[in-house]
Design a protein around this ligand. Structure first.
Ligand code: G4P
Length: 558
């Protein structure tokens, strides 16, 4: 008997040991997976060099072999109604929505954002799924319209930003001027970590302040990595030999100024989104790209947690959770296929495991989750925080939906922004009303545009940030749903979401302004203000109501 007790005691101890060992082992493996990952986006005003830099990074990581592979993904700047181009773009962009590659033991996920300004809303949403960004500035143009708007979105979530000043091989503006402009217009502190030696015709290369390297410029579209020359200090005579006395003197003077004007680089401030390190280079010539990539690997955050209606979720949390930030629908009109893009926030995502769809309150499993490695799609068995997985969907998802394991909760912060152009949808074929209804609902679920419904009469106001979207909607409604429509302009200045501590204040407002009230996709009241003046009047007359230009109410007016 005693011997038996002893045996089972030893057995129990043994099992506890094995359990603990496996939990610990799994946890270590899991933490390693998280620490391996960096998920980011490259953003810029069109033409600053986003496509070129993306391609160079992929070439670097060995993810693509030839230049031009990413370039084909771009909508031509001239395309206003080139539908074939749009269709081609939709097809290719599924493959290039996420471009993952491994470099020096890290898994890097680049999330693609459309450059065309009419697709800006898509870019803003994608930014909710990344943990940091690289912002490209054209050295001749400095901060441009789209740069400012993209930075506003980054600031909303304190996204860490690295700035790459591109096209240094061309004539451009003075580096100090550019840095001043970045601080003034983007409202972020900057800290150069490399410094250009000349510009355009006199461009000799870049000096790395970060680790005393000299990188001499050579114009070459085919070279892969930089030739970094180690310099002991600015007093190293090798520097004079390499770039000449005059350039050395200027470099020393400028670097002295840099040290005097800018604070030391602080990784902590960068991670809080307060300070942007700045690099100079030429993406086309693959110059300064290696340095940028290596600094990125060193400082960019590993996958971050996200806020939910049930508290903050950390990537290390055991249970899986994630959210949908992008949907591609009807790529093949014969099969109503949709791919929903899921960003994993915590836990391990597994194929064929049931997860909670929080909004629908139902359990769903996914037999064919897809990962994207550069240009290849493949079915995966598991994925980790920071990863983006494509889920085949038969209409269950809307942008912003959450998937969770165990308890059900919803992620915050996939805002809709006030559209800038509004049109009323007119049905041109009464026999196809049902198709039109279904089509416009699905296209707006996909995020092509926003839909506001006004009563009486169920009038549908479609809002977008660009004219091109209306052409896309009309074309897709006809080709994918067999419905015919037209658009009649409606002159609204902004769509405003409303909050108030006093519920009756909103009820009173909605009654008084019935003609200008509509419901958004989540059944929130929206005030369609005709002019800025009328919005100001409403703000004055109803001081208990706060009017928001985004549906993410925490953010407030901007
Ligand atoms: P985008 O995705 O941000 O819109 O920009 P993209 O990379 O397409 O670059 C826009 C243009 O700028 C391209 O020229 C590209 O070759 C050029 N470019 C990018 N980086 C550099 C650089 O470091 N130096 C110089 N000199 N040019 C650069 P394009 O004529 O519009 O297109 P392509 O004919 O070269 O394809």
């Amino acid at each position: 008997m005693a011997a038996n007790i002893g045996k089972s005691y030893t057995f129990a101890l043994h099992s506890i040991f094995i359990d603990t060992y496996f939990t610990l082992f799994n946890k270590m493996g899991y933490t390693k997976e998280i620490e391996k990952r960096k998920t980011f986006a490259i953003i810029s005003h069109p033409d600053a060099g986003k496509t070129t830099l993306t391609e160079k990074l992929l070439l670097f990581g060995g993810a693509i072999q030839t230049a031009g592979a990413v370039k084909n993904n771009k909508i031509k700047k001239t395309a206003t109604s080139d539908f074939m181009e749009i269709e081609k773009q939709r097809g290719i962009s599924v493959a290039t929505s996420v471009m993952a590659f491994e470099y020096l033991g890290k898994k890097i996920n680049i999330l693609d954002t459309p450059g065309h300004k009419d697709f800006a809303e898509d870019t803003y949403r994608t930014l909710t799924a990344v943990d940091s960004v690289i912002l490209i500035i054209d050295c001749a143009n400095g901060v441009e319209a789209q740069t400012k708007r993209l930075m506003e979105v980054c600031r909303m979530r304190n996204t860490p930003v690295i700035i790459f000043i591109n096209k240094m091989d061309r004539e451009g503006r003075d580096a100090f001027d550019l840095l001043d402009e970045l601080e003034d217009l983007l409202k972020i502190n900057v800290r150069p970590l490399s410094w250009p030696i000349g510009i355009g015709a006199t461009f000799k290369g870049v000096y790395s302040i970060h680790n005393n390297h000299l990188n001499l410029f050579s114009a070459s579209k085919t070279k892969i990595s930089d030739d970094l020359i180690e310099i002991e200090s600015l007093e190293d005579p090798e520097l004079n030999n390499l770039i000449g006395d005059a350039a050395t003197d200027t470099l020393k003077e400028e670097l002295e100024l840099v040290e005097g004007v800018y604070d030391e680089f602080s990784k902590e401030e960068y991670l809080k989104g307060n300070l942007a390190p700045v690099f100079f280079g030429s993406a086309l010539n693959n110059f300064g790209v290696q340095e940028l990539l290596e600094a990125f690997l060193e400082i960019a955050p590993t996958p971050l947690g996200r806020d939910t209606d049930a508290g903050f979720v950390e990537p290390e949390d055991k249970d899986f959770s994630g959210f949908i930030f992008k949907i591609h629908a009807n790529l093949d009109p014969k099969h109503r296929d949709r791919i929903a893009f899921l960003r994993i926030v915590s836990g391990k995502f597994e194929r064929n495991k049931f997860y909670e769809h929080s909004r629908l309150d139902k359990k769903i499993k996914f037999p064919n989750p897809t990962s994207f490695m550069a240009q290849d799609k493949s079915v995966i068995d598991e994925a980790f925080p920071g990863d983006v997985v494509g889920l085949y969907d038969s209409g269950n998802f809307k942008i912003g939906d959450s998937l969770t394991e165990g308890t059900s909760f919803a992620f915050k912060g996939i805002p809709s922004f006030s559209p800038e152009i509004f049109m009323e949808l007119e049905n041109k074929d009464p026999m196809k009303s049902k198709q039109l209804e279904k089509g416009i609902k699905q296209l707006t679920d996909e995020g092509v545009a926003q839909l506001f419904v006004q009563q009486p009469g169920n009038r549908k106001i479609v809002g977008t940030v660009g004219q091109l979207q209306f052409d896309v909607i009309k074309y897709r409604l006809q080709h994918e749903y067999g419905a015919k429509c037209d658009f009649a302009p409606r002159r609204f200045f902004k769509a405003c979401w409303m909050t108030s501590d006093d519920k009756s204040a909103i009820e009173k407002f909605v009654k008084a302004k019935a003609a200008y009230i509509a419901m958004d996709k989540d059944d929130n009241h929206v005030f369609l203000a005709e002019t800025q003046f009328l919005l100001q009047m409403a703000q004055q007359d109803y001081p208990d109501i706060t009017f928001h230009f985004t549906s993410d109410f925490k953010v407030g007016m901007n």
